[in-house]
Design a protein around this ligand. Structure first.
Ligand code: MLT
Length: 254
């Protein structure tokens, strides 16, 4: 059974978290959105409150889990899906495989193309390294790329939450996810066949998926809106939940 956070009622939105994080990253956004929508935020297998995964998994497995979550709640109507970074890769697989299950697609701080050979090699090294060391020390250098202003005192609660999520990521989950991302398929061609409206969101200061990468992704879908959130890096919904919520309300109400 996959751990799922649920709040609110109305049209369902499925929120898919990034790496190495969990569904807690959506809490500040779920707060305003749950006044109008049924917010469903799973922890991917092995992440958050789910038990350790003994066996490796693919992003396709994670996409299948999303469909199982909807089926288990008897949600047959098409839902909105919102994925950040790794969650975006999973969302792209889910929409490409089961287009009839999704009405709106929100892709934030993510990219459509598969990994280069170099990035795949780096991921395999990272997966090996985490087994020889531990998650907190391998994940620590990632923090400065995730948040725009980690050193600002007013951002301390966000920094602490991100560190907590990173440090609590299980070793095997960390490694399996890197291998799963390395093996993911390219979503550019499947995206061009989507008929749903797509909202692509970038963080102005995101060094991992900069606005130009998100813009390039947006051009593969036919009905796209592209927005950039100023003053945010890779975790825009956590860094600027109010501005992010405003964009979502606008997109979903339209
Ligand atoms: C994420 O935030 O989920 C990661 O940056 C995704 C990745 O490593 O490609």
């Amino acid at each position: 059974m996959i751990h799922l956070r649920c709040a609110g009622s109305g049209k369902p939105i499925l929120f898919l978290h990034g790496f190495p994080l969990d569904s807690r990253m959506w809490l500040p956004l779920i707060d305003p959105l749950s006044s109008e929508f049924l917010c469903l935020a799973p922890d991917f297998r092995g992440f958050g409150e789910n038990p350790e995964e003994r066996f490796s998994f693919t992003l396709e497995d994670l996409a299948n889990d999303c469909i199982r979550i909807l089926d288990a709640r008897a949600i047959r109507q098409p839902v909105a899906i919102c994925g950040l970074s790794m969650g975006g890769y999973v969302a792209m697989q889910a929409v490409s495989n089961w287009p009839e299950r999704f009405s709106h697609v929100i892709l934030t701080n993510t990219r459509a193309e598969a990994d280069s050979l170099e990035t795949r090699k780096r991921r395999i090294e990272l997966a090996n390294r985490v087994f020889c060391s531990d998650v907190p020390s391998v994940a620590a250098p990632m923090l400065s790329n995730l948040l725009a202003k980690p050193a600002f005192p007013e951002n301390m609660p966000i920094v602490e939450l991100v560190q907590q999520m990173m440090n609590e990521t299980k070793t095997s989950t960390f490694a399996w996810s890197q291998l799963a991302m390395a093996e993911r398929r390219d979503s550019r061609l499947p995206m061009s066949r989507w008929t749903q409206p797509v909202l692509c969101i970038a963080g102005e200061e995101d060094p991992i998926t900069p606005p130009e990468v998100v813009r390039a992704m947006s051009q593969h879908a036919t009905q796209t809106t592209m927005v950039t959130i100023p003053g945010t890096a890779h975790l825009s919904p956590l860094e600027a939940p109010d501005r992010f919520a405003e964009k979502l309300f606008q997109f979903l109400r339209d």
